[in-house]
Ligand binder design. Structure first.
Ligand SMILES: CCCCCCCC/C=C\CCCCCCCC(=O)OC[C@H](COP(=O)(O)O[C@@H]1[C@H](O)[C@H](OP(=O)(O)O)[C@@H](O)[C@H](O)[C@H]1O)OC(=O)CCCCCCC/C=C\CCCCCCCC
Ligand SMILES: Nc1ccn([C@@H]2O[C@H](COP(=O)(O)O)[C@@H](O)[C@H]2O)c(=O)n1
Ligand SMILES: [Mg+2]
Ligand SMILES: [Mg+2]
Length: 210
């Protein structure tokens, strides 16, 4: 279901993303520059606006710059230059951006004295990081873990809608979104671990490596 949403959302964005990607390449911009710029933009939106309680502005800025994540890979593929370093940079920058988003939300809730909300944001931060770690570790061991109800796009959308609604005065939308996200993120860790376990059972035993 989550995969169907991602694939169709991505297909819908292609018409916008491809001409922009072509234009940027023509202007001499590199995919890595887009990856880094997108992350800096998310940091500004999350830490500069979201953390200070400007939730609507924060959510909108984060959305615009998070969407540039679709551009870098498209540019790399168009220029025939998808690189290992680019893939590493893209994933690493995603973790920095996600940490800033949930760190900003936790910080803002702390300034409001909402300790339960802070706890929910921290669970989202840790569980979201685990979702990605499990996949990275599985891929490092030659398996896959590209499954789960709460992949990155879904996680950003849930916190984004919650932040936007709370920013517009619909309380406690952000807190509800965070607890929901904490639950589905933990569930996704489980889904990925089961997926990896099934693959590992069919493979010969590894020598060492933890
Ligand atoms: C303002 C909020 C209101 C909500 C309005 C939403 C408007 C947004 C409009 C449309 C949504 C478009 C959806 C885009 C669909 C993209 C589908 C897709 O395939 O995305 C994949 C893409 C690239 O992924 P990568 O392969 O580069 O990344 C991988 C991924 O990170 C993996 O993560 P994992 O699943 O494992 O955790 C990694 O494992 C892997 O290493 C890595 O390579 O992903 C994206 O492009 C992300 C798209 C982001 C979509 C942005 C939506 C943002 C919405 C709200 C954010 C607001 C945040 C709120 C801040 C609040 C501050 C108070
Ligand atoms: N700077 C970059 C960014 C990405 N790539 C390649 O694209 C893949 C990710 O594509 P998305 O459209 O999902 O961002 C990534 O795995 C790399 O192969 C790149 O080469 N350089
Ligand atoms: Mg990308
Ligand atoms: Mg990315």
């Amino acid at each position: 279901m989550a995969k169907i949403f991602q694939v169709s959302a991505r297909a819908g964005m292609t018409r916008v993303v491809e001409p922009v990607a072509r234009g940027l390449l023509r202007a001499g911009v590199t995919p890595n520059a887009v990856t880094v710029t997108g992350t800096v933009g998310v940091l500004v939106g999350a830490l500069g606006f979201g953390a200070r309680g400007h939730l609507v502005a924060g959510a909108l800025i984060v959305t615009v710059f998070a969407l540039t994540d679709l551009l870098d890979g498209t540019m790399a593929r168009m220029s025939g230059g998808s690189t290992r370093f680019g893939a590493f940079l893209d994933s690493s920058m995603d973790r920095i951006a996600d940490s800033a988003v949930f760190g900003a939300v936790a910080y803002w809730l702390a300034t409001q004295g909402d300790h339960a909300g802070v706890a929910a944001a921290l669970v989202c931060l840790a569980a979201g990081g685990l979702v990605s770690y499990v996949k990275a570790r599985a891929e490092g061991l030659g398996m896959t873990a590209n499954v789960g109800v709460a992949e990155r796009t879904e996680r950003l959308l849930i916190v984004g809608v919650g932040g936007l609604l709370t920013g517009l005065g619909v309380d406690p939308a952000l807190q509800i979104a965070l607890w929901l996200l904490a639950a589905v993120s933990i569930f996704t860790v489980g889904q990925r671990m089961v997926h990896v376990h099934r693959q590992a059972q069919k493979l010969p035993a590894a020598g060492g490596n933890g």
